[in-house]
Design a protein around this ligand. Structure first.
Ligand code: NAP
Ligand code: HSE
Length: 435
């Protein structure tokens, strides 16, 4: 930090990455520089912007700021580094280097934090620096700071969220237009919602990284992406969506993190699930995100807004920039990583959930009893059973009460082996039901 003529100290800022989010951060930094100075009590000086390709047109960013030498930029007496390159390397190396230099970090890099958060937070602690990452989960929605600060006096039991806009866009279109997954994926790609390689979004990896970050904060426990059970939406069919719709449900890709009954463990999972139309998450459409938090004293709290996009994500990045800069100006640090609870990350088999199972069955006396017995044998209680069709096209739709995922998957395995069941047409977990 240095003082300038206007008497406000100057904070030297380095930006790593000027893509979808970084270019918006650079624009907003310039457009709002006077407000930032007033809010922080220091002037921001953007010292350099590191990119991969120096020849690309960067409207709004002075050419003399562009560099491909990120290391040299970081070593130039920087107060705050904003990392918006994404990916694991070189982002990890550069963040660790910046921390060693004493710079504070603002990042949106969920993939990096969900895998190597421990190393990065330890380096921040060792170097008395901040690492803020509000934009890493649910874009513009203020969510991590409320969990870390506003709800820190409460006991969070469960988080249920839609944290990936691409998959929510696809599932919304499938629900509202009756279209097939592949058809809507192409539309999402044409509109720029889904990437050319959509794997990280559609297979749930992006949501799993966000779920790990949310769970770590909510349960004061280190949860990495490797602890998260992950199933994407690429196998969800138009028939699954229609069956859900007929029963008064919508299909959403959910990130769920919950405390076990004995409060010694936490299960974190990402998978498609049927949500009742009356649940607030059911009305979250298109690329919007929403996160539902259940805490002992607060009850249910919901956060909603834009989870992606250049400007919305830049809003969260700049909020963090102001926060870490205020800390710099006052010579203190924000709260570091809190992992004192050391809960055990539990496998999916320990999760408590409900299944909805669609079976093609023989339409004969005794079939329903055999199927019901199979559920009973595994201590799984049936909530609703309905027959559709008859003769060679008879289907039983069974929705269960709450049971462990282990009991539900054992029931399913046994159902598959019954001669009365000719095909398991669809299986989906059900979340957000009252009973
Ligand atoms: P992006 O559009 O792909 O931009 C990445 C930027 O980083 C580009 O400017 C690129 O340079 C630069 N870069 C990449 N590798 C580099 C390297 N090895 N050396 C120097 N520069 C390098 O990415 P983005 O969408 O802005 O995402 C940035 C971060 O924000 C990611 O962590 C992402 O997960 C997170 N995020 C994004 C969104 C969103 O809506 N996009 C929402 C929430 C969080 P070139 O321009 O020269 O290629
Ligand atoms: N690809 C993500 C989404 C945005 O579709 O929500 C970045 O986290």
């Amino acid at each position: 930090m240095s003082a300038n003529k206007a008497e406000l100290p100057v904070l030297r800022i380095a930006l790593l990455g000027a893509g979808v989010v970084g270019s918006e951060v650079a624009r907003l930094l310039k457009d709002n520089e006077e407000d930032f100075a007033a809010r922080v009590g220091a002037k921001f000086e953007l010292v350099g912007v590191a990119v991969r390709d120096a020849k690309k047109d960067r409207a709004g960013i002075p050419a003399n700021l562009i560099t491909t030498d990120a290391e040299k930029l970081l070593d130039d007496n920087i107060d705050v580094v904003i990392e918006l390159m994404g990916g694991i390397e070189p982002a990890k190396y550069l963040i660790l280097r910046a921390l060693k230099n004493g710079s504070s970090i603002v990042t949106a890099n969920k993939a990096l934090l969900a895998k190597y958060g421990a190393e990065i937070f330890a380096a921040a602690e060792a170097n008395d620096a901040d690492v803020y990452y509000e934009a890493a989960v649910a874009g513009a929605i203020p969510l991590l700071r409320p969990l870390r600060e506003s709800l820190v006096g409460d006991k969070v039991r469960r988080i249920l969220g839609i944290v990936n806009g691409t998959t929510n866009f696809i599932l919304t279109k499938m629900d509202e237009e009756g279209s097939d997954y592949t058809e809507v994926l192409k539309e999402a790609q044409a509109l720029g919602y889904a990437e050319t390689d959509p794997t990280a979004d559609v297979e749930g990896h992006d949501a799993a990284a966000k779920a790990a970050i949310l769970a770590s904060l909510a349960f004061h426990t280190r949860v990495t992406i490797d602890d998260v059970y992950c199933e994407g939406i690429s196998k969800v069919t138009a028939a699954d969506i229609k069956a859900a719709k007929d029963m008064g449900f919508v299909v959403k890709l959910l990130a769920v993190a919950e405390l076990s009954d004995d409060e010694k463990g936490v299960v974190v999972r990402v998978h498609p699930a049927m949500v009742p139309k009356s649940h607030p998450l059911a009305s979250v459409r298109l690329s919007f995100n929403a996160v539902f938090v259940e805490a002992d004293a607060a009850g249910q709290v919901m956060f909603y807004g834009r989870g992606a996009g250049g400007a919305p994500t830049a809003s969260a990045v700049l909020g963090d920039l102001v926060a870490v800069s205020r800390n710099k100006v006052s010579g203190r640090r924000g709260p570091g990583e809190s992992v004192y609870a050391e809960l055990a990350p539990l496998p999916i088999s320990a999760a408590k959930t409900r299944y909805s199972i669609n079976l093609k069955v023989a339409d004969q006396p005794g079939v329903l009893a055999t199927i019901a017995n199979t559920f009973a044998k595994h201590d799984v209680s049936i909530q609703v059973v309905r027959q559709d069709g008859h003769g060679d096209a008879a289907f039983l739709l069974v929705r269960t009460h709450l049971a462990t995922d282990k009991a539900l998957s054992q029931t399913l395995a046994e159902l598959k082996s019954l001669s009365a069941v000719s095909e398991v047409v669809g299986v989906m977990r059900v979340e957000g039901s009252a009973n």
